[in-house]
Design a protein around this ligand. Structure first.
Ligand SMILES: Cc1ncc(COP(=O)(O)O)c(C=O)c1O
Length: 372
């Protein structure tokens, strides 16, 4: 692949932290993880950062923490119909039911106007997902959540460093979650983080991620149902380097995003591209596009781009109606028309920090060639 989705180059900082862990003969959660949490919180201005073994586990632990705040098994959590599958899976894994809401085509995010009709007596939270780094419409979402006494989990796994009206994503709801999987802006190989400005939530999440013990204890005193969702020292070592270079990585990716948007401007009659409003900063996670008409044939475009060495991914699809995994919930195709359309007519590819200007020109010329 000439244009891989992402690229990771491991440098001296990561090696130093890996060596320190090896020299300590301790690679379970320890000093590196603690430093990663502290530096992550300080970098983005969160009061608490709680490292987990993956972004999925950050979502599971966040959901499971809701039991401490009045939620009961089988209650509902609202989630967009189109997003990465881990969001819906984590709601199920924590013992809740995902209540799917359609998305908007231009933002790829949950449609705030459709949230209220999905709220029932069993709804306990809204999990918003800042898909492709694009902030959700948080003002409206927080108003709805406050009116209905719902907690808000911001899944920011694709939105490192994104901001909304001057506030960093992950700090607007009750909790935010991040993933450090390959090709994200901060990479640790695997790994995740929960952030929260609420001390009580932080204490509960720290306990849930370690079998429900009181935070800091390794003894058999289980106060709530929990999991082993801890991060290990080697993962944190790689993450610490990702964090050290965050500004550089973010800046290069952002430049790539702007440049590619400029180079592909003339294709906006054919495709929706992600738009950045004045009041926000989209995190440069990847480069999504959605065809404006089915006749441009997304499957053909996908094959064409891959044949030219541009690694592509679809735009997830409608989880409840386009994936076998959720058939048991008995939703019918047509219930989530925008998500279904985007699932069939959208794709995304990488804009990572190691792409050159020539690569960006190559991507745009390849795209133009297709539509020509
Ligand atoms: C929106 C979203 N949520 C959750 C996850 C899960 O993260 P992980 O792969 O680290 O488990 C991802 C993965 O990239 C994601 O994109």
């Amino acid at each position: 692949m000439r244009i891989a989705f992402g690229d990771l180059r491991i440098g001296d900082t990561a090696r130093k932290y890996v060596k320190a862990a090896l020299d300590r003969n301790w690679i379970s959660e320890g000093e590196n993880v603690k430093e990663f949490e502290q530096k992550f919180a300080a970098k983005f201005g969160y009061r608490n950062a709680i490292a987990t073994s993956s972004g999925t586990d950050a979502d599971i632990v966040s959901c499971a923490s809701l039991y401490e705040f009045g939620a009961r098994r089988g209650d509902e959590i609202i989630v967009p119909a189109l997003c990465f599958v881990a969001c819906a899976n984590s709601i199920l894994a924590a013992g809740f039911t995902p209540k799917f809401v359609d998305i908007e085509i231009e933002t790829l995010n949950i449609d705030p106007n459709k949230i209220e009709e999905a709220i029932t007596k069993k709804t306990r939270a809204i999990m918003v997902v800042h898909t492709m780094g694009k902030p959700c419409e948080m003002d409206t979402i927080m108003k709805i959540a406050t009116a209905h006494k719902l907690k808000v989990i911001e899944d920011a796994c694709e939105a490192h460093g994104a901001t909304y009206k001057g506030r960093v994503i992950g700090s607007i709801g009750d909790m935010g979650t991040f993933s450090f999987y390959a090709a994200h802006v901060v990479v640790a190989g695997e790994g995740g983080m929960i952030v929260t400005n609420d001390e009580q939530i932080a204490d509960v999440a720290r306990s849930v991620k370690s079998h429900g013990r009181p935070f800091g204890s390794i003894y058999f005193d289980f106060q709530r149902v929990g999991f082993n969702s801890r991060m290990n020292e080697l993962t944190a070592a790689i993450g610490l380097e990702g964090l050290e270079y965050f500004d550089e990585t973010f800046g290069k990716r952002k430049r790539n995003e702007y440049k590619l948007l400029e180079l592909t401007k003339e294709l906006s009659d054919y495709c929706y591209f992600l738009k950045e409003e004045d009041f926000e900063k989209v995190s440069p996670h990847a480069f999504p596009l959605v065809l404006r008409d089915r006749k441009y044939d997304c499957a053909r475009l996908y094959t064409y781009l891959e044949s030219k060495g541009i690694q592509c991914k679809t735009l997830f699809g409608s989880l409840p109606t386009q994936h076998k995994a959720f058939q048991f919930m008995n939703h019918k195709y047509g219930q989530f028309p925008v998500s279904e359309y985007v699932g069939e007519n959208g794709l995304h590819f990488g804009i990572h920090q190691y792409l050159s200007d020539d690569d960006l020109v190559y991507i745009s010329e390849t795209l133009k060639g297709y539509f020509r």
